[in-house]
Design a protein around this ligand. Structure first.
Ligand code: TPP
Length: 684
């Protein structure tokens, strides 16, 4: 890069960010000052995007994994012509602005993923690269590179220090995803100190060991070197790339450059002046943007429109040649479900011995997969236990992995495979699922034991914050899993997941409710869904005797009512405990106690119902209520009321056969009946 506009452009980016932070009196000026040159080189020379259509499907993806550097991203978005007015730069971090403290994908045009918790964006980027490689392998045809884009990220020391980075880098290297390119802002400083006190491994060697291609740039202000490295990274197609760019945090600030003080606080009025002076920038006015810089940066609009128009043309030609493929892809891009997507879903005959709900889920997945081309997914090395393979639909792997390998779903190893293998990497799995969903075109699911959802919490939370359509399949859902013992038996996990805003948690009562739960999970396009499934058999309820499984859609429904009308008592349960309370109802009826049985697979779906419906399920006049769930009771009092009772798990589980543990923890007919008696007697 040799344009005379390079330096003023880089400085414009730098000082827009600095002025944003100063005006807000809050934020992170250090990263933008140091990383502006590499961002400028990437955004003006390589990144393919259309500021006027941030949703253009084949755009390159850019992730600011170091989300605290948000001011850098907003400056780039503004200067390149996204719908982000200068006014928003001046309202950085203020109430109601679309320039929040850390980038939020659902809020700001051009922000691909929400970042801030370090390491997450690095994982999201891998998800985007997986989605790109997968869609390209399935839909491109000779002469038609319909899906063909890069995924870039700017990552920081903090990103690389977080454990999730190791999981992600390991898998990315294994998968040989050459179109994944990460610029590492190697500034030797983090929030509280220099990295020399905590982070001294050879990062290049580490990433090379993971199978990455690495390059070092000794001076981050050397635009030529950055451009050259990006060029080299783009032609390296067998390995993801890490470009280690040595920068100075707070570059140009006479008193703060190279120190952690530049990281996360405004430079201060005086230091801003000195920094501007030092870099030859006008001190006044703030938010100064030379006309020629704006004009130069805004060329992105024309470039982007041209690129998208060319792509549209190519897509039209492709649609002529391959109408079915094009129609399918188009539908996926638009997030529509194809006709008949659910036609093959099974219904199960009543069966007292029953079926594990994870097994019903397996049947649902395999009934959906052939009719739902957007569905991709896998497990964190637990597919034989979570039952989440899509039979015969291929395994997502680098195409050079050949031959007969253990763990295959059948259908060949290639990027076209719809079964993802995450290895024992739950944290990465979560971040990747979010990246796949954020990329668009696909509906990703990921599976593990419910207990290990703890390893995914940060990513689940962010998926919910971003309204991403990710489906989590969490099996082995209670102490009922048995012998593996308390380390593997979830107790508080359900309560924790339910507490995450927007996340839809569904714990179906039997095989047929599991199928409906899958329907809901696929149809719910604007938020993540967690399916909570059993390892053990649960009776398949006789729907001629109890209410239809479709009632799950309302979150809670009356499975079996008190035969004589007004109930003396309401029994409520989720999942495997629903059949227990049905049994209890029969016993109580024999004693003349009128009990109603409510299956409550999803609090959030229920809470979203009109009050009238909620009151019809849980009549306010009946305060004798017992909730039964093999999990922490936390939260259930909202439904049973102060005078109601909860049979839950108040301590850790125990290692023994599942039925024994359930019995010892009181999930038995006699103890439910006893509690019911106490409630009814107290009410009379
Ligand atoms: C998971 C997580 N832990 C802690 C933080 C708080 N935090 C924000 S930035 C940062 C470290 C910053 O160091 P670096 O990544 O090198 O960024 P730089 O200082 O270069 O801007 C920390 C600890 C966070 N955002 N995410």
């Amino acid at each position: 890069m040799t344009s005379k506009l390079d330096e003023p452009s880089v400085n414009t980016i730098r000082f827009l960010a600095v002025d944003m932070v100063q005006k807000a009196n809050s934020g992170h000026p250090g990263l933008p000052l140091g990383a502006a040159p590499m961002a400028y080189a990437l955004w003006t020379q390589f990144l393919r995007f259309n500021p006027h259509n941030p949703a253009w499907f084949d755009r390159d993806r850019f992730v600011l994994s170091a989300g605290h550097g948000s001011a850098l991203l907003y400056a780039l978005l503004y200067l390149t012509g996204y719908d982000l007015p200068l006014e928003q730069m001046k309202r950085f971090r203020q109430w109601g602005s679309i320039t929040p403290g850390h980038p939020e994908a659902h809020l700001t045009p051009g922000v691909e993923t929400t970042t801030g918790p370090l390491g997450q964006g690095l994982g999201n980027g891998l998800g985007m690269a997986i989605a790109e490689a997968h869609l390209a392998a399935r839909y491109n045809r000779p002469g038609f590179e319909i899906i063909n884009h890069y995924t870039y990220a700017l990552v920081s020391d903090g990103d690389l220090m977080e454990g999730v980075a190791s999981e992600v880098a390991s898998l990315a290297g294994h998968l040989k995803l050459g179109k994944l390119i990460y610029l590492y802002d190697d500034n030797h400083v983090s929030l509280a100190a220099g990295t020399d006190i905590t982070f001294t491994e050879d990062r290049a060697a580490r990433f090379e060991a993971y199978g990455w291609h690495t390059q070092r740039i000794p001076d981050g202000n050397d635009l030529k070197a950055v451009s050259h490295a990006l060029r080299v990274a783009r032609v390296e197609r067998d390995r993801p790339s890490l470009i280690l760019v040595r920068t100075e945090i707070g570059y140009g600030s006479p008193h703060k450059q190279g120190t952690y003080e530049a990281h996360g606080s405004p430079l201060g009025e005086e230091e801003v002046k000195l920094t501007k002076k030092n870099l030859g920038w006008p001190i006044e006015p703030p938010f100064y943007i030379p006309d020629e810089v704006l004009e130069h940066m805004r060329q992105a609009v024309e470039r982007g429109e041209k690129a998208e128009t060319e792509w549209d043309k190519q897509f039209s030609a492709y649609a002529e040649e391959y109408p079915d493929l094009a129609a399918e892809l188009q539908q996926m891009i638009e997030g529509e479900l194809p006709e008949g997507w659910d036609a093959a879903l099974p219904t199960f005959e009543p069966e007292p011995k029953g079926m594990q709900t994870r097994r019903a889920s397996m049947q649902a997945i395999n009934a959906l997969a052939p009719h739902l081309p957007a569905l991709v997914g896998g497990a964190a090395d637990l597919a034989p236990s979570t039952y989440t393979l899509m039979d015969g639909l291929g395994d997502f792997e680098s195409p050079d992995l050949m031959g007969d390998k253990q763990g295959s779903a059948g259908g060949g190893w290639s990027y076209a495979g719809r079964n993802l293998h995450f290895g024992v990497r739950e944290h990465a799995m979560g971040a990747i699922l979010s990246g796949v969903a954020a990329h668009g075109g696909l509906i990703p699911y990921g599976a593990t034991f419910l207990i290990f959802s703890d390893y995914m919490k940060p990513t689940i939370r962010l998926a919910a914050l971003m309204n991403l359509h990710v489906i989590y399949v969490f099996t082995h859902d209670s102490i009922g899993l048995g012998e593996d013992g308390p380390t593997h038996q979830p107790v508080e996990q359900l309560a924790g997941l339910r507490a995450i805003p927007r996340l839809l948690v569904i714990r179906p009562a039997d095989a047929n409710e599991t199928v409906v739960a899958w329907r809901v999970a696929v149809e719910t396009r604007d938020r993540p869904v967690a399916l909570i499934l059993t390892r053990q058999d649960v009776p398949i309820l006789d729907r001629s005797q109890v209410a239809a499984a479709e009632g799950l859609r309302r979150g809670a429904h009356v499975l079996a009512d008190a035969p004589e009308g007004k109930p003396d008592l309401v029994l409520i349960a989720s999942g495997s405990e629903a059949s227990l309370i049905l049994e209890a109802q029969r016993k109580l009826l024999a004693e003349g106690i009128q009990a109603r049985v409510v299956s409550m697979p999803s609090w959030k779906l229920f809470d979203a119902q009109p009050r009238e419906y909620r009151d019809s399920v849980l009549p306010p006049s009946v305060w004798a209520r017992l909730a039964v769930e093999a999990g922490a009771p936390l939260g259930w009092h909202r439904y049973v009321g102060e005078r109601g009772d909860v049979l839950g798990v108040e301590t850790f589980g125990a290692s023994a056969p599942g039925d024994v543990v359930m019995r010892e923890y009181g999930f038995t007919l006699p103890s439910i009946v006893e509690r019911a008696h106490a409630l009814v007697w107290a009410a009379t």
